[in-house]
Design a protein around this ligand. Structure first.
Ligand code: ATP
Ligand code: MG
Length: 211
């Protein structure tokens, strides 16, 4: 048997509370720009970076992520972080997904501002072994500055791409939903309907927490 083709797998991690158009545009741009075969959205189980903050239940964040990505054949959603007990670390997620898609080359997609945080993660050396990093920036963002900030071992692994400026955040969407202001077009229509139908961010469930 010949060697299996290596799959180029994008990994889009996030709390997705809720998933929004900024996430989807970023994933699509990475798919196109780096000729990825698939982008796997990985809703966080119990985000350790957001310890103490109120986050919507994992199953609801998973459901919204699934309905938001359903129409794109290159998008998948993974339960690895939701099903893993205890705190979740990106290094474990990358390893699990690399095995699931083997043989695979992994590309972790993240906002440019968050790239430096990789060094604060568990096992940064292992993380850098497991994946390339695609840092999404907004047009006009100072890429030179980012590159100067990166230590060489990280810089070698970081690729960058520009995405249209999308000042959309889950924090703002939660606030809007709570206040009864529109979130239409900021999130896919099905997610908008789910949030309204369930009252996810309203009343007691809608205490807005800054991320
Ligand atoms: P919150 O406001 O709750 O922090 P968020 O909008 O930042 O939510 P996350 O789930 O924290 O969403 O983000 C997941 C990933 O998506 C991160 O890598 C983040 O940098 C990226 N991201 C978030 N918002 C955007 C956006 N508007 N455009 C591009 N990428 C984004
Ligand atoms: Mg965030």
């Amino acid at each position: 048997m010949g060697e299996a083709t290596v799959r180029r797998v994008g990994v889009m991690g996030g709390t997705f509370d809720p998933i929004h158009t900024g996430h989807l545009v970023t994933a699509e741009e990475a798919l196109f720009g780096f000729a990825l075969d698939v982008v796997v959205f990985v809703p966080a189980g119990r985000p350790w970076q957001k310890e103490g903050l109120q986050v919507a239940p994992p199953e609801e964040r998973f459901l919204m992520t699934a309905i938001a990505t359903a129409s794109n054949p290159a998008f998948e959603v993974s339960r690895v972080e939701i099903d893993r007990p205890g705190p979740t670390y990106t290094v474990d997620t990358l390893r699990d997904l690399k095995r699931a898609f083997a043989p695979a080359e992994m590309y972790f997609i993240t906002g440019a501002d968050a790239v430096l945080q990789i060094l604060t993660w568990k096992d940064p050396e292992r993380v850098l072994e497991e994946a390339w990093f695609i840092a999404a920036t907004r047009p006009g963002y100072d890429l030179d500055r980012l590159e100067k900030q990166l230590p060489p071992e990280l810089g070698r692994r970081v690729l960058t791409m520009e995405i249209p400026a999308l000042a959309i955040s889950s924090t703002d969407i939660r606030r809007r939903a709570r206040e009864g202001r529109p979130i239409r077009y900021l999130v896919p229509e099905a997610v908008d309907r789910y949030i309204r139908k369930t009252g996810l961010y309203r009343g007691e469930r809608g205490e807005v927490v800054e991320a």
